[in-house]
Structure formats: structure tokens, C-alpha cells
Design a binder for this molecule. Structure first.
Ligand code: NAD
Ligand code: GLY
Length: 360
């Protein structure tokens, strides 16, 4: 098992990465305070992993409750957040209750937001079961739900008390979800570490084959990169925005198609192709470098051609991005492979990128 720390002073917390961690009572014990524990999961993940987790927590003499939500991005909304609050209140949860998010990024974001707001804040543990959640969404404390007019528009920063990433759970992940997670792995290489990007290219086949050793390193290095960025800029005043490489275009794709049509990671994959194209048009990276990133994204089974909404609609959707300030859309572009920056970009260049990506 590898253990990292997200350094945030009194709110610092460990990320445990290893196989079979759901069965290790001692890992959970160190982070549970009250008597009651609420596992929040969904109809796909609960049948696979809720029972073993319940057994582990019962060994610790905890009262364990399970809240099962429907599965999908479509349900990351107010009414299903309310389902969590209903269950907590009906069963008499109190301020010492711990929530455990057992699932992918949707469950992690919703459980985190429920924990941030229930009784003005209770603690929660992330037990991410998708690659995307293990390499990205479970770390850093961004929690929330979608609004019909924009993704993740309602939420809070609320850090977990621990992240317990059990690599064994990835063995049941559908191939499409594995690819979606690999998009965020590629993102970490592209925005922060060119050596890691080389490693991903060399290990693409092993990653796609779900080989444990390769996945373990991809999760570890991604969490190291993300933990360092979050420790430096928890509230996204500056460099944390670079973790959004590919997301300005990606969120527009997700919202434009309707949530759930493309997976978040798929939209980010295509968004990174577009952001790399834009970086090339700004003269920051070479055409061969943009092509190299596009090839890697394609190799990982991710889309590289943008849905055709037309440039006007793309600009409208991108206006809703949380990085937009004073009506000006800001983009994360690559200064070079392995180094991202946030910039305002001339609209004409963005139009060229939209055209080159199939968006218009
Ligand atoms: P997801 O949570 O929808 O999970 C993907 C699918 O895999 C679901 O059908 C789920 O039930 C299933 N699943 C989960 N674990 C499984 C397992 N071990 N075996 C079999 N099936 C399993 O999607 P995701 O890609 O994990 O997360 C996407 C969400 O994360 C988006 O809502 C996105 O906005 C959010 N996100 C948040 C952050 C953040 O910093 N908070 C970062 C990136 C993404
Ligand atoms: N996924 C982007 C962030 O956590 O900041």
C-alpha cells in the first residue's frame, strides 16, 4: 500500500492506495469518530462492494446504514441530494456521523456536498471505485451537483478525512469507464509532468488491459500531482485551475449533449485535443506535440472529434464555465507538454480550434 498526504494544515488527510483496502478495518477505524456511519452508493456499486464494506465497519462496532441512489450523472441533482438528507434525518444522524462515499465521481461529489451541508458540516471518507475517482475526483475537496444550466454549479469545498482507493475495485469497471479515467491520468501528465506523459504512452497497453502494477503507478503519480496542486491552492485562486486542462471545452460538450451522453472523461479527452490545438495556434506547442497528445487520447479509446454544435453555441456554453471572469472565458493551455497555464485567448483563434475539431 502507498500512503500520500494532502497537506492542508489541520485539515490534512491521507490517501491510501492499494489492493483489498475495503477489508482493512484499521484504515477506517483511524478516521471514524461517532457511532453511526452512512455509506452512500448507487445501484451498480452497492451490490458489488457495500456488503464487504459493511462487514468491515461492523467489526468496528459501528451502526452502518446504506443509502443507495440511482446510477448516473443525470441524478447528480437537488432531488437526489435531498434523498441523502431524508435518509440521514429519518435515521437520526447527528453531527458526529461519518458519511462514506462508495462509488465513482458522481457519488463522491454528491456525498461530499451532503457532508459539507448536513448540520453545517459532518466528516466524510472517500472510497473511490472508478479510475477517474481514484486519480482525480476523490482528492481535493471539490463537491457538488449539476444545475440544468451548468455542470457542478452548486457545491462547496469540503475535504474528506481520508481517501481509501482500493485498486481491486477497478477490476469490475467497464472498459469505457476505464478509458474515461485514463483521460484524467493523461491530463495530469499533460498539465504537470512530461516524464509521466512519456510513461503513460509506454504503458498504454498495460493500462488498457487493467494491469494492476500499471494502474497502481497511474493512480499514485496522479494523486501526487493533484495533492501538490491542491496543497498549493486549495480554493482555486490560481494554479488549481490548471487541473481543468481540457475541461472548458469538455464541460461545454457535456452540457451541450445533455449530461450522461458522453462520459465526463470522454468529454475531457476531446476537450484536451481542442485545448492542445489552441495551444498550438498560440504558438506555444509544436503541431507534432498536439498530434502526439491527440494520438494518445485516441489510443486510450477516447473521442477526438467534437460534437457539432456550431461556434455560437460553444461560446454560449463555455460562458458558463466557472473560470469565466467578467464575461471573459479563460482557457487552460499548454506552454509546453507537461506545463499548463491559464489565459484569455483571442476569440478568432478559439473559432479556428472549434472548426479544426469538428465543432462547427
Ligand atoms: P460515475 O461516478 O458515474 O461512475 C461511472 C460508472 O461506473 C457508473 O455507472 C458507476 O456506477 C460505475 N462504477 C463505479 N465503480 C464501479 C466499479 N468498481 N465496477 C463497476 N462499475 C462501477 O463517473 P466517474 O467517471 O467516476 O465520475 C464522473 C463525475 O466526477 C462527474 O460528475 C464529474 O463532474 C466528477 N468529477 C469531479 C471532480 C472533483 O474534483 N470533485 C473531478 C473530476 C470529475
Ligand atoms: N478536477 C479539478 C480540480 O479538482 O480542481
Amino acid at each position: 500500500m502507498n500512503t500520500l498526504t494532502v497537506n492542508l494544515g489541520k485539515r490534512s488527510y491521507p490517501i491510501y492506495i492499494g489492493s483489498g483496502l475495503i477489508d482493512q478495518a484499521a484504515l477506517f477505524q483511524a478516521h471514524l469518530t461517532g457511532e453511526a456511519v452512512y455509506i452512500v452508493s448507487n445501484t451498480t456499486v452497492a451490490p458489488l462492494y457495500a456488503e464487504p464494506l459493511k462487514i468491515t465497519l461492523t467489526q468496528l462496532q459501528k451502526q452502518v446504514h446504506l443509502i443507495t441512489l440511482p446510477d448516473g450523472e443525470l441524478y447528480k441533482d437537488w432531488s437526489h441530494l435531498q434523498t441523502i438528507f431524508d435518509a440521514l434525518l429519518q435515521h437520526g444522524a447527528d453531527r458526529h456521523t461519518t458519511l462514506i462515499a462508495l462509488g465513482g465521481g458522481v457519488i463522491g461529489d454528491m456525498t461530499g456536498f451532503a457532508a459539507a451541508s448536513f448540520m453545517r458540516g459532518v466528516q466524510f471518507i472517500q472510497v473511490p471505485t472508478t479510475l477517474l475517482a481514484q486519480v482525480d475526483s476523490s482528492v481535493g475537496g471539490k463537491t457538488g451537483i449539476n444545475h440544468p444550466l451548468g455542470k457542478n454549479m452548486i457545491g462547496a469545498f469540503h475535504q474528506p478525512v481520508a481517501v481509501i482507493a482500493d485498486l481491486s475495485t477497478l477490476q469490475t469497471l467497464p472498459a469505457r469507464e476505464l478509458s474515461a479515467g485514463l483521460a484524467e491520468v493523461i491530463k495530469h501528465g499533460a498539465m504537470a509532468d512530461a516524464d509521466f506523459l512519456n510513461w503513460i504512452e509506454k504503458n498504454a497497453a498495460a493500462l488498457l488491459a487493467c494491469e494492476s502494477k500499471a494502474l497502481a503507478y497511474a493512480v499514485l503519480r496522479s494523486c501526487e500531482i493533484k495533492a501538490a496542486v491542491v496543497a498549493a491552492d486549495e480554493r482555486e485562486n490560481n494554479i488549481r485551475a490548471t487541473l481543468n486542462f481540457g475541461h472548458t471545452f469538455g464541460h461545454a460538450i457535456e452540457a451541450g449533449l445533455g449530461y450522461g451522453k458522453w462520459l465526463h472523461g470522454e468529454a475531457v479527452g476531446c476537450g484536451m485535443v481542442m485545448a492542445a490545438d489552441l495551444s498550438m495556434r498560440l504558438g506555444k506547442i509544436q503541431p507534432a506535440e498536439a498530434a502526439r497528445l491527440k494520438q494518445l487520447i485516441h489510443t486510450m479509446g477516447l473521442p477526438t472529434v467534437a460534437p457539432k454544435f456550431g461556434s455560437e453555441r460553444y461560446f454560449e456554453l463555455m460562458q458558463l464555465d466557472k473560470k469565466t471572469t467578467g464575461g471573459k472565458i479563460r482557457y487552460i493551455v499548454l506552454d509546453q507538454l507537461g506545463a499548463a497555464v491559464i489565459e484569455s485567448v483571442p476569440e478568432a483563434l478559439v473559432k479556428e480550434t472549434l472548426q479544426a475539431s469538428g465543432a462547427t
